[in-house]
Design a protein around this ligand. Structure first.
Ligand SMILES: *[C@@H]1O[C@H](CO)[C@@H](O)[C@H](O)[C@H]1NC(C)=O
Ligand SMILES: *[C@@H]1O[C@H](CO)[C@@H](O)[C@H](O)[C@H]1NC(C)=O
Length: 353
């Protein structure tokens, strides 16, 4: 078991280093790099190295990832992994999973995402990487690591401006904070509209810091209807209800985010933003699951520590995270479709200035 895990890690790193050996100029990737910030939806193993209960480095996570439990919170690849592959890049390795000596060798993107964390410092279960911490690590990547491979400041600026920055964060600011009335957060007395404004302002100030380091092309995930995840819905078999009270509290965020991203794009010269509208796209799948190939969009595939057999037909892998099958639909749609990512898909973002 332990040796098998080491093998997984080695094969992932070998893949990473094979890319490096090709050199900076001979890659066939569409962009230089993909940098990833977020929570468990994108964590690829950072939390394995932290003192937190929010870890996924045990079976049955990763059953369809060579049966390797890497710390990804589903049966296979994350959204970031699939987007990286579509861009012709290796899957960005978790920042805390790469040794300090290897860090400066990774020029194709790094994943700072950390399960259970959120936009706010007060969100989190144990010692996860807050978005502030993730940006602090990215700052170190830009200031200490990348200049060792890309020595020319002009080239580094070009590299950073052509790369893509994916952020998927926020649900935990509701589930582990606002909806729980976490006493550590002084703003939990706000109403849902005000709380959404507050979160979005906090997010925007952090996006600006990433921009100031040289990032220009952003893909920002909204927050889905968390009132529909199995952990929240207590349903009788085959009922199809969500917790609408919770959905209504979360919804203002996804309604307000596009306007804020539009404002940011106006303010921050040369920036481009994609809003990933997971709220409405989830509802689309929910309303016609068969069209998307799902027979179950309500229950966790894992029941009693055992994964279901027909994982391609389940939307949820555990009680809060989607299966690789569902993730793949989101990734393909955002990469080249028209129904999830606005004002255009990632393929267009690649070619926009
Ligand atoms: C995957 O790994 C688990 C735990 O190590 C093991 O019990 C299971 O039999 C493996 N499954 C497959 C399909 O190899
Ligand atoms: C959040 O924590 C970071 C350290 O990780 C700190 O630098 C920052 O000032 C904190 N922000 C707030 C609003 O407390």
């Amino acid at each position: 078991m332990a040796s098998f895990k080491i093998l997984c890690v080695i094969s992932i790193l070998t893949h990473q280093l094979a890319f490096l050996a090709n050199g900076m100029h001979c890659r066939k990737s569409l962009v230089p790099a993909l940098y990833v910030f977020g929570d468990s939806s994108l964590d690829a193993g950072n939390n394995n190295n932290l003192n937190t209960p929010a870890k996924a480095n045990v079976f049955p996570y990763g059953i369809d990832f060579n049966n390797c439990s890497t710390g990804r919170f589903n049966n296979g690849k994350t959204f970031a992994d699939i987007i990286a592959i579509s861009l012709g890049l290796p899957m960005p390795p978790p920042y805390l999973g790469v040794s300090e000596i290897e860090r400066y060798q990774v020029a194709t993107g790094i994943n700072y995402a950390s399960a259970s964390c959120g936009i706010l410092n007060s969100t989190g279960d144990g010692s996860c990487l807050s978005l502030d911490k993730q940006i602090e690590y990215f700052t170190s990547t830009v200031k200490n690591d990348l200049p060792r491979i890309i020595q020319s400041t002009t080239k580094l600026r070009h590299y950073l401006s052509k790369s893509i920055y994916l952020l998927s964060i926020g649900p935990n600011d509701y589930m582990l904070n606002y909806l729980k009335n976490n006493p550590m957060e002084p703003n939990n007395n706000l109403n849902p509209e005000q709380y959404a404004n507050y979160l979005i302002e906090e997010l925007a100030s952090r996006i600006k810091r990433i921009y100031d380091l040289g990032a220009r092309k952003f893909v920002i995930n909204s927050i889905g209807p968390v009132g529909c995840i199995p952990a929240i819905v207590i349903r009788t078999p085959h009922s199809e209800y969500c917790n609408e009270e919770i959905n209504q509290k979360v919804k203002p965020y996804s309604e307000k985010l596009p306007g804020k991203l539009h404002d940011l794009q106006t303010q921050l010269s040369g920036s481009l933003f994609i809003n990933l509208d997971s709220y409405n796209f989830f509802m689309k799948i929910r309303n016609s699951p068969q069209i998307f190939g799902f027979s179950n969009v309500w229950d966790s595939c894992i029941q009693g520590a055992k994964p279901c057999e027909n994982r391609k037909e389940y939307y949820f892998y555990d009680s809060a995270h989607s299966t690789e099958a569902a993730t793949k639909i989101f990734a393909e749609e955002c990469f080249s479709g028209t129904r999830l990512c606005f004002p255009y898909n990632i393929k267009r973002l690649v070619h926009a200035h």
